[in-house]
Design a protein around this ligand. Structure first.
Ligand code: SF4
Length: 356
C-alpha cells in the first residue's frame, strides 16, 4: 500500500484551533502533575467526560496523591470506582500506584517508554502523560484519534490488524509539530482528543466546523463513514446468570443483603455481588426445600460488557428473621446503608437500591 502524503499544516491548525475553541477548564487540565493526568486518562479510557467529572474530584479528595492511593485498601479503591465500570482499570490503578512507590521512589517516570512498563498504562496513555506533563514529542493514538487520523489520511489499512495499526501510529508520529514547546504539545494532544470527541464523531461528524476540513482526504472524497476501516466485528458472548438476592429485614427499614466477593480472574473480579448461579436449578438446589416456594423472580436485567452480553435473573428471598447463609464463609451480610462502601457492579447497585 502506498503511504498517503502527510499534511504539514495539520499540527499548526490543530494547535491554533484547540487554543481558540477546544475544551478548557476541565478539572484535570492546566496541570503537569502526572498523578492527576494519569488518573484522568485512566478514568476517561472507557467513560464519558460527564461521568468522570463527578468521580475525579471524589477520588482525589480521598486519595490526594500516589502514596495515599498505594496505601489504600483494595476495597476502598473499588468502592470509589463503583459505577465507572471496566473494573480492571481500578485494580491496575492501585497496583500501578504501589509500583510507582516501590520501584520509582514515589515519582512517575518522565518518558512514555518507561511509563508504559507500569501496570494498566498502555502506549497511548503513556504518551498522553509524557506529552501533557513533560512536553515529550510523542503522539497519542486511542480509538478516537485513530478515527480522526484514518479519515484525515483516508487510511485504507484494516485497523483490526496489528500491521496497519503500527503503520498509523508511525504516521501519527510523523504528523506531530516539528519543534514544539511543552505548551504546544499540550495543545496538540488535547486538540487531537477534542477533535475526536466533539467534531469528528463516529456517526455524523461535524465536518463543516472542522479546523482541518480542507486537509481531510475522506471529506474531500465524500466518503467519511468508510473510515476507519475495521473488518473484525466484536463478537459478544451471551450469558445468563441467576442471582440469589438474599434480603434480611429483621427490623423495619433495616435491610441487609448477602454479598459475595467475585473471584479473580473473571467478570467483576473483586466486586461484591449476590451469589451467582449458571442455571435456575442450581440456584434452587442451594436452598432448603421450605424456602423455594417463597422465592420471587424479579425483572431480568440485561447488561453489556466488552465481550459479553449478560442477562441477569434476580431471585429475591426475604429471610425476615430466619438465619440462612447459602455458602458459609464465602460471603457476608452488608447493611443497606453501607453498600456505598463496597465495590458493586452498576446493575447490582441499581438492583439493590430498588430493594431497600
Ligand atoms: Fe473528521 Fe470531518 Fe474533520 Fe475530516 S473533516 S477530520 S471527517 S470532522
Amino acid at each position: 500500500m502506498t503511504r498517503p502524503a502527510l499534511p504539514r499544516e495539520f499540527a499548526p491548525r490543530l494547535i491554533e484551533w484547540q487554543r481558540r475553541a477546544g475544551r478548557s477548564g476541565l478539572p484535570w487540565q492546566g496541570t503537569r502533575d502526572p498523578y492527576r493526568v494519569w488518573l484522568s486518562e485512566v478514568m476517561l479510557q472507557q467513560t464519558q467526560v460527564s461521568t468522570v467529572l463527578s468521580y475525579f474530584p471524589r477520588f482525589l479528595e480521598r486519595f490526594p496523591d500516589v502514596k495515599a492511593l498505594a496505601e489504600a485498601r483494595p476495597d476502598d479503591v473499588m468502592a470509589l470506582w463503583s459505577g465507572l465500570g471496566y473494573y480492571s482499570r481500578a485494580r491496575n490503578l492501585h497496583r500501578c500506584a504501589q509500583v510507582v512507590m516501590t520501584d520509582h521512589a514515589g515519582i512517575f517516570p518522565d518518558s512514555a517508554e518507561v511509563l508504559q512498563t507500569l501496570p494498566g498504562i498502555g502506549a497511548s496513555t503513556a504518551a498522553a502523560i509524557a506529552a501533557f506533563c513533560h512536553g515529550e514529542r510523542i503522539s497519542i493514538l486511542d480509538g478516537n484519534v485513530r478515527r480522526v487520523l484514518s479519515r484525515l489520511l483516508a487510511f485504507e489499512g484494516d485497523l483490526a490488524q496489528a500491521g496497519p495499526q503500527r503503520e498509523l501510529w508511525d504516521m501519527a508520529q510523523a504528523l506531530l509539530p516539528v519543534t514544539p514547546t511543552p505548551d504546544d504539545m499540550t495543545a496538540y494532544t488535547q486538540g487531537l482528543m477534542d477533535l475526536g470527541a466533539t467534531l469528528c464523531q463516529r456517526s455524523r461528524p461535524a465536518c463543516a466546523n472542522c479546523p482541518v476540513q480542507s486537509l481531510c482526504r475522506a471529506h474531500r472524497a465524500g466518503d467519511v463513514q468508510r473510515f476507519p476501516v475495521k473488518t473484525k466485528r466484536l463478537s459478544r458472548k451471551f450469558e445468563r446468570w441467576w442471582l440469589l438476592v438474599l434480603r434480611n429485614q429483621d427490623s423495619p427499614g433495616r435491610a441487609r443483603f448477602w454479598l459475595e466477593r467475585r473471584p479473580a480472574p473473571g467478570i467483576w473480579a473483586g466486586l461484591y455481588c449476590p451469589p451467582v448461579f449458571a442455571a435456575e436449578n442450581e440456584l434452587l438446589d442451594a436452598l432448603p426445600e421450605r424456602m423455594r416456594g417463597v422465592l420471587q423472580a424479579l425483572e431480568p436485567v440485561a447488561h453489556s460488557l466488552t465481550h459479553r452480553e449478560l442477562h441477569l435473573h434476580p431471585m429475591l428471598l426475604d429471610l425476615k428473621s430466619e438465619s440462612f447463609e447459602p455458602v458459609a464463609g464465602r460471603g457476608q451480610w452488608v447493611e443497606a446503608d453501607s453498600l456505598g462502601d463496597h465495590g458493586l457492579p452498576t446493575p447490582v447497585r441499581q438492583l439493590l437500591a430498588r430493594l431497600i
